[in-house]
Design a protein. Structure first.
Lengths: 239, 246
């Protein structure tokens, strides 16, 4: 009696896709936690740049309050951008990425897991630290909840869109600056709706429109971005 | 049978030989239209009641903006065809469309700034259209930079094709968000005269737009042809083609 080939057996069982997703998720999280120093870097960058604003512009709370929603959003965006270069870098260098793309599970799922870990280790901490920096920027009281909510939804899109750029440039030795160059124009809509939601709340208007739009951006990005990321990674690995 | 021309497009040689005869025609028709359209627009079209003669830069600004936008879609569609059918020629069209589109976008921004000075009193305002055209320029520059970054042409082609497709999905979203951002934050006091345009002004404009489209086609084909020669440098037919010309 011949045994079925093990790889086809795996591919034919749908629940294995979920297992692969969890395995990638767990592995990347473990790797991230073992490099604790790197985890803090985007946060320190966020803190440093926000400290520069009163030093460079004006320490007056009135001026800072006007700048706060936009500055917090722009700097969170830049911090995400800087963390993107390392997203696929080490996996690309040691060949893990190639194995991941060769595996029988869909690369859509694997890529999605990797991006979710990126969000958990940069977007989520940035969101959580944002209210503290809001205090430093004298953000008016009404702005805190919309700031956290908009960042929570928006940083997800930032991670997904940015991962496309990271996947395209991973095979280049000096991809960092190029990555920012190609990704930043794509970040414009997220920035517009994110910061205007906070501003609307401060001015006493409803901000659920902006949150809804950010949510729809995230939904669209979850559906479409992993396809582009997987395609770009395949291209980079074959390079 | 019906699809034969499409398969033939896969051959750069066929394309090169086929377009040989078109080039002088395209160039002369486009130059004729642009020159006569400019004379008509600058000399004979009536003066604008509010803006005086300064509105005449519209005859460069509007065609440049329209074709700059169209060039992005040409680039993205060519990239998609390249990714789907692995057609070498279509990657070449995609590659050369990016710089042409970027120049047209820069021209649209420049003429817009020159027009803005007499009408709005300033070269630059954060108007919705200006901002989205600026972002379009950044999208072009990103594609060009990515194309330049790879050593291997094949990888560069695929990477820029993916990026231009991602950009295509984003362009309507960017336009809509910038529009929304503008209506929320800026008073709409600096609107251009919104009344519909008089026919005596419209006809030279339509002529200029058509002239620009044909000129774009010529530039795209000319750049593609030189790209073909460069990439197929080692083949015999290129050597023959060049020898016969000299």
């Amino acid at each position: 009696m011949s045994q079925p080939r093990p790889d086809s057996a795996i591919a034919n069982r749908p629940e294995r896709t979920g297992n692969a997703f969890l395995a990638t998720l767990r592995r990347d999280l473990k790797l991230a936690i073992r490099h604790r120093g790197e985890l803090a870097n985007p946060l320190i960058f966020f803190l440093l740049v926000i400290t520069m604003v009163p030093l460079g512009v004006s320490p007056s709370p009135k001026t800072l309050a006007i700048l706060a929603p936009g500055m917090l959003w722009v700097v969170a965006l830049l911090a995400t951008l800087l963390s993107l270069d390392g997203l696929f870098r080490s996996d690309f260098d040691d060949g893990t990425l190639e194995q991941l793309l060769l595996s029988p599970q869909s690369s859509y799922i694997n890529v999605l897991a990797k991006v979710i870990v990126h969000w958990l280790t940069t977007g989520l901490p940035l969101t959580l630290i944002a209210p503290l920096l809001g205090v430093m920027m004298s953000l008016p009281e009404a702005g805190y909840i919309p700031l956290v909510l908009s960042l929570l939804l928006g940083t997800g899109s930032l991670s997904l869109i940015g991962a496309i750029g990271a996947a395209l440039t991973v095979s280049l030795r000096k991809g960092g600056l190029l990555l920012s160059l190609i990704v930043m124009p794509l970040y414009v809509p997220v920035l517009i709706f994110g910061s205007s939601g906070v501003r609307a709340a401060i001015e006493g208007f409803a901000y659920n429109t902006q949150l809804a739009v950010l949510g729809s951006f995230l939904a669209l990005a979850i559906i479409a971005a992993p396809l582009a990321i997987a395609g770009a990674l395949k291209m980079s690995v074959n390079n | 049978m019906a699809w034969q021309w499409f398969h033939r497009l896969g051959s750069p040689k066929w394309f090169y030989e086929k377009t040989n005869a078109w080039m002088p025609w395209l160039l002369s028709i486009s130059l004729l239209m642009i020159v006569s359209g400019s004379i008509w627009a600058l000399g004979f079209a009536p003066m604008d009641a509010k803006q005086g003669n300064s509105y005449r830069i519209m005859y460069l600004h509007v065609p440049a903006s329209i074709v700059a936008m169209a060039a992005y879609y040409v680039m993205a569609v060519a990239g998609a065809i390249g990714l789907i059918w692995k057609m070498k020629l279509s990657y070449m069209v995609m590659k050369v469309a990016a710089p042409i589109g970027a120049v047209l976008t820069a021209m649209a921004l420049f003429t817009g700034a020159v027009w803005g000075k007499p009408t709005w009193g300033t070269y630059w305002v954060w108007d919705a259209r200006l901002t989205s055209v600026l972002i379009l320029l950044f999208l072009y520059l990103g594609v060009i930079a990515l194309q330049e970054a790879f050593r291997e042409q094949e990888v560069a082609d695929k990477a820029s094709a993916i990026l231009s497709l991602v950009g295509t999905v984003n362009i309507p979203i960017i336009y809509k968000s910038v529009d929304w951002w503008f209506t929320l934050h800026q008073p709409a006091s600096i609107k251009m005269t919104s009344s519909s345009i008089a026919p005596e002004m419209l006809y030279p404009l339509l002529g200029m737009i058509t002239g620009f489209y044909i000129f774009f086609t010529w530039a795209l084909l000319a750049a593609t042809r030189s790209e073909i020669l460069q990439r197929e440098m080692k083949t015999n037919w290129v050597k023959h083609a060049l020898l016969n010309k000299v």
